[in-house]
Ligand binder design. Sequence first.
Ligand code: M6R
Length: 594
Amino acid sequence: MCGIVGYIGRRQAQPVLFNCLSKLEYRGYDSCGIALLGDSIQVCKDEVRVKALEKALPPIAGLAGIGHTRWATHGEPSRANAHPHCDCTGRIAVVHNGVISNFQRLKDKLISTGHVFASETDTEVLPHLIESYYQGDLEEAVERSLADIEGSYAIIAVVAGEAKLVVARKDSPLIIGIGDRENFVASDVPAILDYTSRVVYLEDGDIALVTADGVRVRENGARIDRAEHLIQWSVADAQKSGYEHFMLKEIHEQPRVIRDTLREYISADGLAAEVIPSGEGGLENMLIAACGTSYHAALIGKYIIEQLVRVPVKVELASEFNYCGQVPPGSNALVITQSGETADALKTMKKLKEAGCQVLAITNVVGSTASRIADHVIYTRAGPEISVAATKSFISQLVALYWMALPHARVDLRTLDELIMELRQLPARVQEVLDNEAAIREHARRLARFNDVFFIGRGANYPVALEGALKLKEVSYIHAEGYAAGELKHGPFALLGAEAPVVAILASDHTGEAMLTSIKEIRARKSPLIAVVEEGNEAAGEIADSAIIVPRVNQVFSPVINTVALQLLAYYAARERGCPIDFPRNLAKSVTVE
Ligand code: M6R
């Protein structure tokens, strides 16, 4: 969490830093700050969003500076705890993303030698340490300080009077954007897309000296050349393009995202490009791990693979697996992570590798830490996802999972052809859901007045219910729970009633009958009921109070269609309640701490 930026070059740094920071707010937004570098250092920070700080400041001259947008770990959101942090002299400033686990010991030692601290953060030990080592060479002082540090970090340090940024990373992402007589540093690519598409990814342990004219990277003290990459994402990908919120834009991008992700896996002659070579054990003994929405994709992946390939799949929450999980011998491991930076998912990857597994990653971010740890990578082509709520990345993960499973499907060739055909038509079906937006918005308007909502589904639509509930709670702050429909009567029934609506996903498959029974039981408890039903099955939906009609697809693909409808439901409920949809309270997009 937290986003850091740095700039040095020919422009005034202040507007550049604010522009870059505004693109990183998805990483944390409880406070922010900048430091402008000249003969002295000017720090401006507060417990406000980036736009508000930008508005509050007069222009401050300076061709270099650093910035930070925070998701609090050590110390509450406040002006004092906001970054940048300085040493006692105010001549050294640092921004940091990560956690310094031995900070208290270092802080006590520094205090005993006369250092005075101004915040409760772990980060503040860094400028003080750098000060204690500084003898006219910032790079050397940073290097010596980092040798004392335990934990994770992406940092940028500056010292008054030296036109340079010193940057370093370990277990937290950091990129350098290469410009013409100017260079940029950022936690993530979208921050710098307005200025350059040329990017160098730093590796763990790298320390780099960035000036307006060049970048020099060192690893273990030795000079090293890190390759430059050309980023394919466009500036428009990271802008709202006329939509009120990124979440709505990203929901609407999904037909294109499915097409782009499929294009990745379909060879020119139209046949499936196998993403899992059968020679490597195929999909047998598959263990999938992930967090949050990506975990829901993993659960749906289990249904997809078990149904099509008929081999059992184990799914784990990465955060639990890291402490209690066992790796069955011979496992094929898959980790799903949109950002490729989620701390729990990365820890799982390392654990799986230590256990001798070949690890495959599905990720959306080229150059992310996950992509570098993994033995094989499947990239989704969702483009940058800015809204904290994952939408298009989830759908692209499902597409990747379909494409992993299809070449191994134990079905006859005709059925396989039909499935591939349907997969290709999914963008059009998703568009039909989007075309029904006005009706879904009406359902959302009614739902928005409640404080507790249940989502239920069966089979592959059980994880869809989990995802529908997660989406609703994170953007609208309505308490929502997803349940396997059959489980509701084993406890949650106690909460049903006129004030506890239920959203029921009614698939037209072998679970349909049982679902109808569940719906009747719920109706008898007077809970308002919204059914999500397919075209042609409207009659079944009539036993609910109201129905969201979605296009009919092969049941294997119904999670895609139903999820898109529930994303719109969550979005419009949040909008009705006036919530800050793209940046919900207390959350951050990349959860880079455990
Ligand atoms: O980047 P990842 O896919 O690893 O992120 C995992 C979760 O933090 C993420 O899916 C989170 O649950 C979403 N913000 C929910 O919308």
